[in-house]
Design a protein around this ligand. Structure first.
Ligand code: JFZ
Length: 423
C-alpha cells in the first residue's frame, strides 16, 4: 500500500480532504473577476468607488459556515487581503480596510467565530502581491504595469517598507484571532515577468522581497500548529496546484508533501455575475474523488456577492455535493490513494483496510477488478450497504451474457445492479 502523506503537526488537514475557498473583497462589487483592477488597468483613484460603496449588509459568516458544513467541507479559507490590497480586518497598519468603508466594521472576527462555532477549521488566504501599497514596486503583474511613469515611480518605492508591512499584517492576523489552522499565501514570481511600456523589463518577486524565511519563522512561533502553503518561494507544508488535477504525488523542497487542488465553480475566483458557466455538482464530486484517489484535497471556491451572500448558483453546486457527501463521505474523509490499479473509468480510495471503488461510468452489471481475487472479504454498495455478489471467473467462462475474454485468474468480478443506484 502506498504511504499516506500528511503534515505531522496537523493531521486534520489530510483527514479533512474537502474545504471551502472564499474570494471576497472590493472586486466583488465590480462582479467581473478578482483581477479586474489589473485587467482593465484601473487606477487607485478610479477603483476607490468600490471602497466607497462597500457595504455588505447581508454578511453573515454563520450562513457561509452552514453552507460549507452542508456540502461536507471541513475547513474554510477566506481572502484576508487579495492583490488589490483591500483588508477585510481592522488592521492598525493601513487605512485601506473594511472598517473605513460604509460598512464600518471588521469582517474577520465574526468569520473566525462562526467557523469555530460550526466546528470548522479556520483558514486565511493572504496576498503578498499588493497593487495599492505605495512601496510595492510596479512590475509586470501590477495593475499599473503600463503606466509610463512606472520606472520613475519605482525609484521612490522602498521594498523594505512593504516587507515590514507584510510581516506586520501577518503578525496581526496570527495574533488577534486565536488559533488559526491554515494559511494560503499568494503568490511569488521570482523570474522576470513582463515588460513595461517604456521598454524596460520588470524584475519578478520572490523570497528576498517577502523576507520569506523570516516570515515563516515568525508564523511557526505564533501558530505552531498551522499549515502553510508553498507560494512564498520557499518550501511549505503543502502545495496548491491550481485549477488542474495532479497526476499523483507532489513535492516541495525535494520532499513529498500533501497537495490541495483549488478549483473555481465558474472559472473566476471573485464573484462574476455574468459568467454562467458553472461546473455541475456531478463533475465536482468526480474531481474530489479523483483528488482523494491520488492523495489530494479539494479546496472549492465560492465568490460571495458584494452584499455578502453566497448566490443561488453556488449554493446549488454545494448542496449537490453535500447530498453525495452525506452518503459517501466515508470514502473521502481520512481516505487516500490505494495501491491497486482501478478498472477503466474508475478510481480507488482507501481508508485503513477499506477499499472504495468509484465508478465514473456505470457498467452493465459486471465490473472486473484486476489483481483483487482472493483479497476482498466482503463487498457492498456504499449508498445503502447492500451486498454485492463477488465471483472469480476462469478464462473463457461466461458471466450472464458476457464472456470476459482473456480474463486472468487474479481478477475479481463484482455483479452490480444494471441501474446505477440513486443516492
Ligand atoms: C492566484 C490569484 O492570482 C487568483 O486571483 C486566485 O486568488 C488564485 C487562488 O491564486 O492565482 C494564481 C496563483 C498561482 C498560480 C496560478 C494562479 N500558479 O502558481 O500557477
Amino acid at each position: 500500500m502506498p504511504q499516506q502523506v500528511h503534515v505531522d503537526h496537523a493531521l486534520w488537514f489530510t483527514e479533512a480532504r474537502f474545504g471551502m475557498f472564499v474570494h471576497w473583497g472590493l472586486y466583488s462589487l465590480a462582479a467581473r473577476h478578482e483581477w479586474v483592477k489589473y485587467q482593465e488597468e484601473i487606477s487607485n483613484q478610479e477603483y476607490q468607488k468600490y471602497f466607497e460603496h462597500f457595504d455588505p449588509d447581508l454578511y453573515d459568516p454563520r450562513e457561509w459556515a452552514a453552507a460549507a458544513k452542508k456540502a461536507g467541507m471541513k475547513y474554510v479559507v477566506l481572502t484576508t487581503k487579495h492583490h488589490d490590497g483591500f483588508c477585510l480586518w481592522d488592521s492598525a497598519l493601513t487605512d485601506y480596510k473594511a472598517s473605513n468603508t460604509p460598512y464600518g466594521k471588521d469582517l474577520l472576527t465574526p468569520y473566525v467565530e462562526a467557523l469555530r462555532e460550526a466546528g470548522l477549521k479556520v483558514g486565511f488566504y493572504h496576498s503578498v502581491i499588493d497593487w495599492q501599497h505605495p512601496d510595492f514596486a510596479i512590475d509586470g503583474n501590477h495593475s499599473e504595469r503600463n503606466n509610463p511613469a512606472a520606472v520613475e515611480l519605482n525609484k521612490t518605492r522602498d521594498g523594505g517598507n512593504y516587507r515590514a508591512y507584510l510581516h506586520g499584517q501577518v503578525r496581526e492576523l496570527l495574533t488577534n484571532y486565536g488559533k488559526i489552522d491554515y494559511l494560503f499565501f499568494d503568490f511569488s514570481y521570482p523570474t522576470v515577468d513582463g515588460a513595461a511600456s517604456a521598454g524596460t523589463t520588470f524584475p519578478g518577486k520572490g523570497r528576498k522581497d517577502w523576507g520569506s524565511a523570516e516570515l515563516l519563522g515568525m508564523i511557526r512561533d505564533l501558530q505552531p500548529g498551522i499549515v502553510v502553503n508553498d507560494r512564498l518561494d520557499v518550501p511549505g507544508d503543502f502545495v496548491t496546484p491550481e485549477q488542474y488535477q495532479p497526476a499523483g504525488a507532489m513535492f516541495s523542497g525535494g520532499k513529498q508533501v500533501p497537495w490541495e487542488a483549488c478549483q473555481t465553480l465558474n472559472g473566476s475566483w471573485g464573484y462574476d455575475r455574468d459568467n454562467l458557466d458553472y461546473k455541475s455538482a456531478d463533475l465536482l464530486v468526480r474531481m474530489l474523488i479523483d483528488g482523494v484517489s491520488k492523495g489530494g484535497n479539494l479546496l472549492l471556491n465560492v465568490g460571495p456577492t458584494a452584499r455578502g451572500e453566497i448566490d443561488s448558483r453556488a449554493h446549488g453546486a454545494l448542496d449537490g455535493m453535500g447530498e453525495w457527501m452525506r452518503v459517501h463521505g466515508r470514502s473521502i474523509y481520512g481516505a487516500g490513494a490505494a495501491a491497486a490499479v482501478p478498472p477503466q473509468d474508475g478510481r480507488y480510495t482507501r481508508r485503513g483496510d477499506r477499499l472504495y471503488l468509484h465508478l465514473f461510468a456505470w457498467p452493465f452489471q459486471f465490473v472486473h477488478l484486476p489483481a483483487l481475487a482472493g483479497k476482498v472479504r466482503y463487498a457492498q454498495l456504499l449508498n445503502d450497504a447492500s451486498e454485492v455478489a463477488m465471483m472469480i471467473l476462469g478464462p473463457g467462462q461466461a458471466a450472464g451474457h458476457m464472456t470476459p475474454a482473456g480474463q486472468d485468474a487474479g481478477t475479481l468480478t463484482l455483479k452490480l445492479p444494471v441501474q446505477r443506484p440513486n443516492v
